[in-house]
Design a protein around this ligand. Structure first.
Ligand SMILES: [Zn+2]
Length: 68
């Protein structure tokens, strides 16, 4: 059975690589009864999206503002 430490590890690994079927099943089962890790996973996902958004925003933010 997965403990919280391993579950959060898998949640962060999942962003960088596809999990194996076994890892996925264990993680899903853990998330069914552990709301803490469920929240952590959701938070992690949002953080990843936000940091992506910042990269895009940074690129768009370099609009030239020198013209008359
Ligand atoms: Zn947990």
């Amino acid at each position: 059975m997965l403990n919280c430490r391993k579950a959060t590890r898998l949640l962060s690994d999942r962003l960088d690589r596809p999990l194996t079927l076994k890892e996925n099943v264990h993680l899903k089962i853990h998330l069914l009864w552990c709301s803490g890790c469920r929240n952590f996973g959701g938070h992690m996902h949002r953080m990843r999206n936000i940091s992506r958004g910042f990269v895009d925003f940074g690129a768009d933010d370099t609009t030239p503002d020198g013209g008359e």
